[in-house]
Design a protein around this ligand. Structure first.
Ligand SMILES: Nc1nc2c(ncn2[C@@H]2O[C@H](COP(=O)(O)OP(=O)(O)OP(=O)(O)O)[C@@H](O)[C@H]2O)c(=O)[nH]1
Ligand SMILES: [Mg+2]
Length: 340
């Protein structure tokens, strides 16, 4: 498999960086260790645990701390980032809205209900906590005073458990928690997917390595074939087909410069893959194609070539950003049985 060496590289970088060094902190830092104890203590105290997973990697993003709890009416698994994944999933907000309504009607209604959002870093727990504000029923006077959770593209943004009120009479609270991973991740494929989807900071693995893994996946899938005849209007059309809820949730500005860049990037990927005459099953062949692609992408991504040593890193982070915001299409990278 062409990705084997890359996966080994990512796996060892991640496990070496777990605890950190004197110059940089690792991803399993004292915050994560403390948060994991705090979450475990709260599990028995809350009414529901909502385990948020990334729809692109529904298996890989399983939350270690809930592994021993069978899915039940208390442990609810939610797939987030469905707009980035290949398969369409049930709309989770509609689902939660129904749960909140049920709660109001049920016997719970005389006392406050607490739901805890848990998950690995960067799956969108805080974004979900904020969306829940919009679906809960809360008086206008209280709305002005509502807290919002901070959302960021970097993993590890939320450092403490915080409580947000999403409905009154009866009161419903959502606990937003810091993202948690186990201190050791032995499976190198899991490591690679976590790095690619942004659960672990890029600096610990290196953007250039992560982007090679991304290109290996793109080059091995046949999605690129759709990019053969792109014009600026195609890409605009594709964006306008996203549902308004998705857009509202993501909050990405519609930026025409970005659309042109996306089109150029897709076209370059299409051209380089379809004219490549080496063997993509072979690591060397894949490596050569990736090298050609990264060189060709400098121009499309507006990174001047060769002026400084950082230009390959800039190309890598721009391409990763396009992928992570769904501009290179939808991908489900965990292989799942068809009935999942
Ligand atoms: N495309 C897309 N992006 C999302 C979605 N939900 C969240 N995001 C983005 O994912 C990134 C992470 O979101 P957060 O809500 O900060 O994630 P988190 O799980 O709270 O992360 P930690 O606090 O680090 O554990 C942000 O850039 C969000 O804008 C979604 O449904 N679709
Ligand atoms: Mg958060």
């Amino acid at each position: 498999m062409a990705a084997a060496t890359l996966m080994r590289k990512i796996g060892s970088a991640i496990n070496e960086a777990a605890i950190g060094s004197r110059i940089s902190s690792g991803w399993y830092d004292p915050h994560m260790a403390a948060a994991s104890r705090a979450v475990v203590e709260r599990i028995p105290l809350v009414d529901f645990v909502l385990e948020v997973r990334d729809a692109r990697v529904p298996k890989t993003s399983e939350y270690e701390l809930m592994k021993n709890y069978p899915p039940s009416s208390k442990r609810i698994i939610i797939l987030n980032k469905t707009d980035l994944a290949d398969r369409s999933q049930t709309e989770f907000l509609t689902f939660l809205q129904a749960r909140v309504r049920e709660l109001k009607k049920s016997g719970h209604s005389s006392h406050a209900t607490t739901m805890m959002l848990v998950g690995i870093p960067n799956v969108g727990k805080s974004a979900l906590a904020n969306s829940l504000h919009q679906i809960g029923r809360i008086s206008a006077a209280e709305k002005g005073k509502l807290k919002n959770a901070i959302v960021s593209p970097q993993p590890g943004e939320t450092k403490n458990i915080s409580s947000l009120k999403i409905a009154s009479h009866p009161n419903i609270y959502v606990l937003d928690t810091p993202g948690i991973l186990p201190p050791k991740i032995l499976n190198i494929e899991v490591c690679s997917k976590l790095a690619l989807t942004g659960a672990i900071r890029d600096i610990l693995v290196g953007e250039q390595v992560v982007v090679q893994y991304l290109l290996t996946l793109i080059n091995s899938s046949d999605k690129y074939k759709k990019w053969g005849n792109l014009s600026a209007t195609d890409s605009l059309l594709e964006r306008s087909t996203c549902s308004s809820l998705e857009k509202q949730k993501r909050g990405y500005p519609s930026d025409h410069t970005q659309d042109i860049i996306v089109n150029d990037v897709r076209r370059i990927l299409f051209e380089t893959i379809s004219t490549f005459d080496g063997n993509l099953e072979d690591e060397k062949g894949m490596g050569n194609l990736i090298e050609t692609q990264l060189l060709a992408l400098h121009k499309a991504l507006h990174v001047p070539m060769g002026f400084d040593n950082d230009s390959p890193i800039k190309v890598a982070s721009k391409l990763l950003n396009l992928y992570r915001t769904g501009r290179l299409g939808r991908y489900t990278i965990d292989s799942l049985p068809n009935n999942t």
